[in-house]
Design a protein around this ligand. Sequence first.
Ligand code: FES
Ligand SMILES: [Fe+2]
Length: 355
Amino acid sequence: MDLLKGSHIPQLRHCWYVAAWSHEVPVGKLHGITIIGQPVLIYRKQDGTLTAMADQCCHRHAQLSRGRLEGDDVRCMYHGLKYNSSGHCIEIPGQDDIPERFCVRTYAVQEADSWIWVWMGEHDKADHALIPSATGPDDPRYHMRSGHIDYQANYLLVNDNLTDFSHIAFVHENSFARGTKDTAVLQPRVQLLERGIRITRWNRNQPSRHNDPLHPVADVFMTYDFLVPGVLLMFTGSYPAGTAEAVQLGSPGEREPFAATFTSQAVTPLTANTSRYFFCWGPRSEEHKANPQIIENLWQLAHIAFEEDRQIIEAQQRNINLNTNAPVLSITHDRGPTMMRKVIERLHAAETGQQ
Ligand code: FES
Ligand SMILES: [Fe+2]
């Protein structure tokens, strides 16, 4: 099986997908997004509760997100069909009779941790317990900023990147890595979870990002869960140099990091070969209070590094699109990406009955 080709890119339906940051969908705005090839419209009713339905008018398939909100209803601005928030057509201009089949499907939608999540399977099968517990900008423990980037690449290539940090030493040589090589030299610990994997690793003797005179270098411990479809939840702690060796490259346990950040990220497949990458990142609130410059430094760094990722992954996708039929070879650092792809394959097989 060719791991990279479009025909082998499983997309789960029984899964919650990040569709937007909460603030991207204020009351009064129609938000359209394509998720696993399905056009989805999201908006808030006047009481602030969310609704999600197909972004495709049942008449001639115009996008409802280009339409107009009228109270809690949405009007298609092509020929004027109007839908209520349950997706039922309630008005056809110039026609009194509205057949039952004039409706669009709805999706289960839920807001949690500053994200708007949409369940892409049948509405009544939505399992709210499967929404990963993220840490978002609304969490008082951290001071975060958020954003998103669109990729001209399939989501598994972005997932591969996020489950193998060995690329940091090369792609981010001058940004995240700052010349350190540990992400490539040391193998991370990778553990299988029910719907993802857990990765822990150290990056030793990393130069301070904040020109901290007390800690010019740090041993940086990263621990994250990576969950389907592509949700990354990572705590990063900076410890005095030498800590990694002292704990034999294991968990720092109860030791208190002198600096820490959290990042929540989510990769949402838009189509087979495009995806949207949501991210937030920031220091602990007390560190931000003591030094507001930290968030500026982190954000500047993130923009440089995320652009570095986008460039190499999109170019990788363009190569894959050439269909050269060259084989894909594996190295030890592929353990995270391979395990994560297997989790997705297993869940996909279970939902399509191909176990
Ligand atoms: S396409 Fe929507 S009213 Fe015709
Ligand atoms: Fe990266």
